[in-house]
Design a protein around this ligand. Sequence first.
Ligand code: ADP
Length: 212
Amino acid sequence: MDLSKRQEQIIAIVRENGPITGEKIAELLNFTRATLRPDLTVLTLSGILDARPRVGYFYVGNQTASVFGELLRKSLVRDYKSVPIVVHEQTTAYDATVTMFLEDVGTLFVVRDGGILCGVLSRKDLLKLAIGQTTLKEVPISIAMTRMPNIYTVKPETSIYDAGKLLIHAQIDSLPVVIPSEVASGQWEVVGRVTKTTITRLFVELGESKQV
Ligand code: ADP
């Protein structure tokens, strides 16, 4: 919602001085109470200000935005993650390409025995290999993947909000969801994935006001 300059001024006054009467706000702005009435109505109806008889106006903020933010912070990766599509580090570039098509994903997570995360392979990593005219049926993906410890990951208890922020900050499409490995200490086991689609799906659900 776009606010006028005068509405912004009213909000600033109420934030600082509230609860405050309409007459007092008008006085501070050098307007008549009648001139301000439409602005005060808009601000009250939109939930930014609230008014109590004999008390005056006070600031309640943009509650819609804060409810939305809280929902995203309370929604956890554990409840929205999808199944990770993993390949072994010795998989050839050709087989990895086929897996991407068959599984309909844009990113593969590369693992060692025990499901230990050791790399991430994106579409462009494979394209780079193709441009280099490597023999795709022979070359292992380990030469093209991004390796640990340079991989951004999230935990099941990470919030969807933090996962989304990380996707944007790192300019990537996909995050492995990891837990500490039980078989190899200091290593991470892949248990899921969060992608831009995961975030978009939640966004659409919220837009449809479905229970989340
Ligand atoms: P694409 O390369 O198909 O556009 P991305 O933008 O996700 O897909 O990948 C860009 C680069 O970032 C690739 O080199 C990929 O290996 C790497 N990458 C992808 N996901 C991650 C991640 N979670 N952590 C670190 N690097 C990643």
